[in-house]
Design a protein. Structure first.
Length: 264
């Protein structure tokens, strides 16, 4: 798992479609100060951070800056890529180096191709498309990956899948096959958080993403993250984010405008 900061838009240095494996079956390289995002349309082996991964069409990978990578191709190989610098702000998302995007792969492909079409003249649009793709990739991964107990993994998987629905500790405990008190103890041991605090944190994280990267109305966002009462949603955002939902959205729009002026 790697820590990826997504609270603010990344600085996108380059996007494109790469074709490899034609002249040689192996590439070894390193980008000193840029992260790499790849969406694969081929099968190969990727080696980084001391481990070899098998990639296949529809897989995505994220490589931190300064990491040496080795690709072993099986023939002509095409992938979409973005090179970027995350802005270190807010809480990070923890994402696998390689994962299968599954049904999200076509959407990720569309986002990256839109970013490519907008580059280099459409700086803010390119940034927005890559930022949205990164959030989609982060959302592929429930925060269960590093938990050790299956009851905790089961509870978190259900939370991630039904974040917009009413969630209670007794109901989660029943789904996980343990008692309310046992799940509470396990959850605290595994995550360092109570179940309720975890649910609140995940709802706020998803709400912040939707506020900053979508045009959904604030009431629709509140309902989609399971806090349909607008007064409660505002109170939660102020407590967890330090400001109102409207201010979160406004700050994101200012950031995009400033980025657009800087690249125009």
């Amino acid at each position: 798992m790697i820590a990826l900061h997504l609270a603010q838009p990344p600085e996108v240095a380059n996007v494109g479609a790469g074709i490899h494996g034609v002249r040689g079956r192996r590439d070894v390289f390193r980008l000193p100060d840029l992260w790499q995002l790849h969406l694969y349309n081929y099968s190969a082996e990727l080696t980084l951070l001391g481990k070899t991964y098998s990639v296949a069409p529809g897989h995505v990978s994220l490589t931190p800056a300064g990491t040496q990578v080795q690709f072993d191709y099986r023939g002509r190989s095409e992938h979409l890529y973005a090179h970027f610098r995350p802005v270190v702000a807010g809480d990070p998302s923890y994402v696998p180096v390689v994962q299968d995007a599954g049904e999200a792969a076509p959407l990720l492909s569309s986002l990256l191709r839109s970013a490519i079409e907008a580059s280099p003249s459409g700086g803010s649009r390119t940034t927005a498309e890559v930022w949205t793709a990164l959030w989609r990739i982060a959302d592929l991964t429930p925060a269960t990956t590093e938990t050790g107990h299956p009851a905790v993994a089961s509870a978190i998987a259900h939370i991630e899948a039904y974040l917009g629905q009413p969630l209670t500790v007794p109901a989660l405990a029943r789904l996980a096959g343990v008692s309310h008190n046992h799940l509470t103890r396990l959850f605290q041991q595994e995550t360092g958080s109570t179940v309720i605090a975890y649910i609140r944190r995940r709802r706020v994280a998803r709400a912040r993403h939707l506020l900053t990267s979508s045009t959904l109305s604030i009431p629709a966002i509140a309902a989609s993250v399971g806090i349909p009462d607008l007064q409660a949603f505002n109170k939660t955002c102020r407590r967890e984010l330090g400001t109102s939902p409207r201010a979160v959205r406004a700050a994101a729009l200012v950031g995009v405008a400033e980025s657009d002026r800087a690249t125009s």
